[in-house]
Design a protein around this ligand. Structure first.
Ligand code: ADP
Length: 362
């Protein structure tokens, strides 16, 4: 536990968070309109859904706070949506914070002291919490109490403050970056995976109804196939195709309309966009197919490493266009084929050699 004073004597009584509004930016009004409000309205993630539903039902029946929940997986797969549906199921208030904005223990204090009995505190990007904040959370999560150091120097004293039992829901794209003590304090840990084409088709159909736009089955399937297994991407593609249909067609999304609209975004048959293809082409052209470290690719593309490893790579790895090995990223035969190139003759041997020591995705 950090001994740094987190409060001066004058501000020992924590102020409530400025507003009840989320500290993270939850995209525009439409996104809120498309986001399911109840767990049963969510599509896919069946096993995760079942396990969370059991935990939530049990907590409600016993009138106890739900155990702390950690959700991990690539962006746009429903971590925030689960975190927002769970309090609705439990009928309890929700507070939202972002790991990146909680720079010091005092930033977390208003959330903890305002947490009502059984309520949910959602921390997005929890892997970004600094160590001091993480350590400050341990007793809060385990015993619902915090130790606050008030004042400085010889007048410093530690005040022990009890909290009302609450549930922490943490979301992360990088479980690997969470320290083991923090990870172990979550009773429920779930990994969200990419969605099937059928699940995304269903999400698109439902959201087209919410957006009050007519869409035919073939068009919904086409948009689903081009959505990188990700509901957020599916929603964005749907909105673009809707705009296109309104501007260039008679307002209905037919297969032809969806095809024309998506080709204007340079989205190909696998749903890859220009950035995905640039990533693959760079490994081929500059690094001769790999292996190459993600930092080198990021420098060459003039992109942040985090953007590549959080947003671009997970789907390319999942689609088996790239493999990740201890020596770096390497293109697979499928990637060469997708780029319209012949794979090198010795590719199988190179991949075999790399795969012997390959690492899991997350
Ligand atoms: P994450 O927090 O993992 O980045 P979100 O929960 O914000 O992702 O999801 C992005 C959007 O995708 C949401 O606004 C919602 O409309 C949609 N979405 C996510 N998961 C589902 C789901 N299981 N069913 C229907 N829509 C979903």
């Amino acid at each position: 536990m950090s001994r740094e004073p987190i409060l001066s004597a004058d501000d020992a009584t924590p102020e409530p968070p400025a507003t009840a509004a989320p500290a993270i930016s939850l995209t525009g009004e439409e996104d809120t309109a498309l986001r399911p409000k109840r767990m049963e309205d969510m599509v896919g993630q069946c096993e995760v859904y079942e396990r969370l539903k059991i935990a939530v039902d049990a907590a409600r029946i016993r009138s106890e706070p739900l155990g702390h929940v950690l959700l991990d997986g690539p962006p746009g797969l429903g971590k925030t949506t689960f975190a927002m549906c769970i309090p609705n199921e439990l009928g309890v208030p929700l507070q939202i914070a972002s790991g990146a904005a909680l720079a010091a223990p005092k930033d977390l204090l208003p959330y903890l002291s305002n947490a009502e009995e059984g309520s949910v505190l959602f921390i997005d990007e929890i892997h970004r919490l600094p160590k001091t904040v993480e350590e400050f959370m341990y007793p809060a999560m385990e015993d619902f109490r915090i130790d606050i150091t008030v004042g400085e120097g010889i007048s410093a004293r530690t005040v022990n403050m009890s909290l009302r039992p609450f549930t922490l829901i943490g979301a992360t794209t990088r479980t690997g970056l969470l320290s083991a003590p923090l990870r172990d304090r979550f009773q429920v840990r779930e990994h969200l995976d990419f969605y099937s084409h059928e699940e995304l088709t269903e999400i698109i159909r439902r959201n087209a109804r919410k957006l009050k736009i007519a869409i035919d089955d073939e068009a919904a399937k086409k948009i689903a196939r081009c959505s990188r297994g990700t509901p957020r991407v599916a929603n964005n593609r749907l909105r673009w195709v809707r705009d296109y249909a309104t501007s260039r067609a008679n307002g209905e999304i037919t297969f032809a309309v969806s095809q024309e609209a998506l080709s204007m975004l340079s989205i190909d048959i696998l749903g890859l966009d220009a950035q995905d293809r640039k990533y693959l082409e760079t490994i081929h052209r500059v690094f001769h197919g790999g292996p190459v470290g993600v930092e080198a690719i990021a420098h060459t593309l003039n992109t942040a490493t985090d953007t590549l490893s959080d947003e671009v790579e997970p789907f390319l790895l999942r689609a088996e266009l790239v493999v990740r090995t201890p020596r770096g990223r390497r293109l697979t035969a499928a990637a060469y084929k997708h780029l319209g190139l012949d794979p090198p003759d010795d590719l199988p041997r190179l991949l075999d050699a790399d795969e012997e020591s390959s690492q899991p995705l997350f």
